[in-house]
Each structure stands twice: as C-alpha cells, then as structure tokens.
Write a protein that binds this ligand. Structure first.
Ligand SMILES: [Zn+2]
Length: 428
C-alpha cells in the first residue's frame, strides 16, 4: 500500500493521522522508498477543529515538502440523502438504520470548508484512517454498542468504503469496539485485522490509553503481503525499550504554567496570584476534598507523603471514593470525556498538567527536545486555548503512526503489488 497515492479521514479531529503519516512518509522517503500519499478528503463536524486542521496541514507540508490541499467536509452524514432520516428515524433499530443508509444513494457533492466553490466533489481514496466515535463503545458509558446513537456514523463510513471500494482503511476506537457491527456493515468484501495498542508499545510507558486499530482490507482490491500482528510484535520490541515516567511529561515552562493559571483563574472567577507557584488556590472545594482523599490513600499505601512523589499525577475530575484515577502504576491516567474540565494534578509540584503537557503525553512534538528526536518541526503557536483544543481532539501520534505503518506495509494494491514486499526487512 505504499503505492497508495490518496487518503481520506473521517472524524478527523486535529488531523493527527495525517501528521503521523507525514512523518512516516518523510522517514520512508529517506530510506529510498517512493511514498507520496496525498490527503484528498477530511470530514470533521467540530468547527473548532477546522483552523487546527489547517495549521496542522501546514505542519505536514513542512515535514514532507509536498503541498496538502484536501477537501474539508463537515458532516459525514450529509453523504446520505435526507430521505434516510424520514419519520421517527432515531427510534429505529441498528438493522433498520443499516438498511436505510446502505440502501440509499451517496451524495457525490458536499459543502467544503476549504475551497472557494460552494460544493466540492467527494473523492474516493486508496487509504483511510478514521477515529470513529467511542461513546457507545466505552466501558465508562452505557455500552449501547451497535444500537447506540453513533451507529449512523459507522454506517456512513461503511457506505463510503463500500461504494468507493476503498482498498485499505484503519478504524481507531476504544478496545470495546463492536467488531460484529463493523464486519456486518462493511459486508463480505472486507476482511478485518484487529490490533490493540497502548502508548507503552511506542516507548511512552508513562501514559495509559489503550486503543484498538482495526485494519479493513477490501479482498478484491488488496492483497496481503505480511502478517500485521507479526510486524506489530517486531515494532513493539524495537520501540518499547525507550521507557518514560510520568514526570518526563512535565515539560511546561514557568511562563506557560502561569499563563494557564491565569486563564484558569479567569474561567473560575478566582483572583489570579501571579507570584504563587502553588496553584492550590485555584482548586474548588470538591477538588480539594478529592486531593485530600488521594493523598491520604497514598500515605496509607506507601507510607510516605504523596507530596514527595514527582511521578504522582491524580485526576481531580473523579471522585476518588469511587475510583482512584492516578499514576500509582507509573502511568498518567488517560483523558476521558470530562478530562477537559477535570484537572490532572501533581501533589509534588502543586499544579495541574498544562495542555502542552497533555499533548506531550499524546506524543506530539511540543518541545525542542521531542522535535529533535522526532526530526520534526515544532507544533506552531501553542496558546492556551489552542493547545487545550488540540489535547481534547488529538489521537496518540505514535500509535496512529504505527497502525498506519502496519496497514501500508502489510497490504498492497491488488493490481500492482510490486515494490513493498521487502519493507519489513527494515524493522528486523
Ligand atoms: Zn473542497
């Protein structure tokens, strides 16, 4: 699939998949492989992400030296005709919605956020990476699975792939993803290879966030070149040696910490204290109680004050009486839906993790040190709000990169499979 020339993404978020792919492309080209995949279409309904996507695409251009000019569409469900949603659509079962959506035509023109024309043609692509909604597939939720409200996104994604016969695509979700639904809505033309990944697999042992990456392969348009699970094991062995600890992610400068403290004080209507490095004054009564509970529990278990542990991060958005969301296992707890308002707190340094630090835990190049090791340009202009939007919408850069390496090297286009058979030799 390194012969793939075009790619799309749905539920694009910040464009993390595209950023990871541009790094892969740069490294592969440096190794002498001809990889030149252009992003041709993205779908993201959250308008706040659109400007982030635009600047992250510029970052991709800096990395690869190639221009990126994809169409940016907003709502993937507007690929379906309005007639699909007639009557009391929301109360229909999964199979009834499936029959309506897959049985209808697909709109081939959509409103585009990037081009001057009102409507742009919806292109097909050789490859796709989509972080599909996890609300119905999460242990933390009601686990409605295929009967949940987000099933129409999965159905529309499947419809696009079936009509365009996308050769290879990757779906990112929580490990509880309803694979039966994914197989059912894509039909017999698609075979699926499910992988599980965590940051530790790519050296980020100091963070916890397990995800599944499912590679969907059109069995008439693609051929299997290598076993993706074998290659995943090889990559894991290579990359997991570089161990990180939670304190490795505390990379914010004093100025950045104070900028976030000031923003937080404004949002919480608390008087900002410019000379205080102890940010406890910003905590609410409930958060102070939660922090106290965490510190007591830590002392009961370890026998020393929590304030001595530089690797301890506790999540104040949860009630610790109900569940302890902390880094006592050496991993910063993953960000959930309420993580944007809830604070990840360091008792040792008496402050919360900044947005830039959250991005660092996601593997993003936000400090000169990370950029040097990735040989990538720094993410531009990290003001507080933008970093926070990025952290809320970003995938883990290294995991979504690994998933794409597996998909692009283990599967080839059926018509021309030459050229990528020896790719895995570089990883041995
Ligand atoms: Zn366009």
């Amino acid at each position: 699939m390194v012969q793939a020339r075009t790619a799309f993404s749905m539920c694009t978020g910040a464009g993390t998949a595209e950023m990871a792919r541009s790094l892969i492309q740069k490294y592969f080209n440096e190794q002498g492989y001809d990889m030149n995949i252009k992003t041709v279409a993205m779908w993201e309904w959250n308008e706040r992400c659109h400007s982030i996507i635009a600047s992250n695409l510029s970052w991709c251009e800096q990395v690869t030296g190639h221009r990126e000019a994809p169409h940016l569409f907003s709502d993937i469900e507007s690929l379906n005709p309005q007639s699909c949603y007639r009557g009391d659509f929301k109360s229909l079962s999964y199979s009834e919605k499936r029959d309506r959506i897959l049985g209808s035509e697909m709109h081939c023109l959509q409103k585009c956020e990037r081009c001057c024309d009102d409507l742009c043609p919806v292109p097909a692509a050789d490859f796709g990476v989509s972080g599909l909604p996890c609300q119905d597939m999460s242990r933390a939720g009601a686990r409605a699975m295929r009967e949940g409200r987000t099933n129409t996104v999965y159905l529309t994604h499947a419809k696009y792939n079936r009509i365009n016969r996308t050769p290879v695509m990757v779906i990112e979700c929580t490990p509880d993803l309803d694979m039966g639904m994914v197989e059912d809505c894509h039909g017999p033309e698609y075979d699926f290879y499910q992988t599980m990944m965590q940051p530790q697999d790519c050296g980020h042992a100091g963070v916890s966030r397990q995800r599944t990456y499912v590679i969907g392969v059109h069995n008439q348009r693609s051929v299997v070149l290598h076993d993706p699970w074998c290659l995943q094991d090889v990559l894991k062995t290579k990359l997991c040696d570089r161990v990180t600890w939670p304190s490795d992610y505390l990379v914010a400068t004093p100025t950045e910490i104070q900028l976030e403290a000031e923003a937080k004080a404004r949002a919480r209507k608390v008087v900002y204290q410019p000379h205080s490095t102890d940010l406890t004054y910003l905590l609410s009564t409930r958060e102070l109680m939660a922090l106290d509970q965490y510190e007591q529990e830590y002392f009961n278990r370890i026998g020393v004050p929590a304030t001595l542990d530089e690797d301890l991060i506790v999540f104040l958005g949860d009630n610790p009486g109900y569940s302890l969301t902390w880094s006592l296992n050496g991993k910063i707890p993953c960000y959930r839906v309420n993580a944007k308002s809830g604070l990840h707190w360091s008792p040792r340094f008496q402050r919360f993790l900044t947005s830039k630090e959250k991005l660092a835990t996601l593997g993003w190049p936000v400090t000169p040190e990370i950029c040097t090791s990735m040989r990538a340009p720094i993410i531009p202009t990290l003001d507080v709000k933008r970093a926070s939007d990025l952290a809320g919408n970003g995938m883990r850069l290294s995991n979504v990169g690994t998933a794409q390496i597996l998909a692009l090297t283990c599967f080839g286009l059926a018509s021309s499979t030459a050229g990528s058979c020896s790719m895995d030799l570089d990883f041995q």
